[in-house]
Design a binder for this molecule. Structure first.
Ligand code: MN3
Length: 200
C-alpha cells in the first residue's frame, strides 16, 4: 500500500486574502507532495509497516524499524500534518464553533481570548520550523502544545483538534518575516466545524 496526496478540500484561492493562492499551490502541490513521496520511499524499505495507517505510524513511531524511523517521523508527520492542516481551514466566515467546544474552551482556558493568546504564543515561540496545536489529553482536557519539524502530538499521546503550520513555506510569500501577522490573519480561515467535530 502506498500513500497518496489528498486533494485540497477547496480551491487554491479559497482562503484569499488571508492565505494567498500561490502559497497554497506551492505548499500543497510541492511541499506536501514531497512528504508523501518520501514517506512512500521509506516504507518501501520496511515492508513490515506497509499496512500501517498514517495515524498508526505516528502513534507507534517508537515501534517503527529504526532504519526508517526518522524518515517516517519527518515525512509521515509531514503527510498527516498537512492533511490535517488543510481540513483545519475553510473560507472565511463559513464555519462555526459548536456550543460544546465553546464551553470546553471556556472551562479549560478561561475564555476564547485566553485560548487564542496561548495558541499564538505557541506559534510565535516555536523557534525555526514546526507547528502549534490545540490538543486533548487522554482525560479530554484541552491544552496548547507546539511541535518541532513535522512531529505530531499523537506521538506524545495527545489527540489533535487544530493546528497551524509555522514553517516559513506556509506564509513567506505573502507575509515574509512577519509570522505574527500571518498567525493573526490565519484565525479568519480556521474551520471551526472541523475543530468542533474533533472534540467528539
Ligand atoms: Mn507545511
Amino acid at each position: 500500500m502506498s500513500f497518496e496526496l489528498s486533494p485540497l478540500p477547496y480551491a487554491y484561492d479559497a482562503l484569499e486574502p488571508y492565505i494567498d493562492e500561490k502559497t497554497m499551490t506551492i505548499h500543497h502541490d510541492k511541499h506536501h507532495l514531497a512528504y508523501v513521496n518520501n514517506l512512500n520511499a521509506a516504507i518501501e524499505k520496511a515492508p513490515e509497516i506497509s499496512s500501517w495507517s498514517l495515524i498508526d505510524l505516528m502513534v507507534k513511531i517508537n515501534q517503527v524499524p529504526e532504519g526508517v524511523r526518522t524518515a517516517v517521523r519527518n515525512h509521515g508527520g509531514g503527510t498527516l500534518n498537512h492533511d490535517f492542516f488543510w481540513n483545519a481551514m475553510a473560507p472565511a466566515n463559513s464555519t462555526q464553533l459548536s456550543e460544546k467546544l465553546a464551553a470546553k474552551i471556556n472551562s479549560d482556558f478561561g475564555s476564547m481570548d485566553n485560548f487564542k493568546a496561548e495558541f499564538e504564543k505557541a506559534a510565535m515561540g516555536r523557534f525555526g520550523s514546526g507547528w502549534a496545536w490545540l490538543v486533548a489529553d487522554k482525560s479530554g482536557k484541552l491544552s496548547v502544545v507546539s511541535t518541532a519539524n513535522q512531529d505530531n502530538p499523537l506521538s506524545e499521546g495527545f489527540s489533535p483538534l487544530l493546528c497551524i503550520d509555522v514553517w516559513e513555506h506556509a506564509y513567506y510569500l505573502k507575509y515574509q518575516n512577519l509570522r505574527a501577522e500571518y498567525v493573526k490573519q490565519w484565525w479568519n480561515v480556521v474551520n471551526w466545524d472541523f475543530v468542533s467535530k474533533n472534540l467528539g
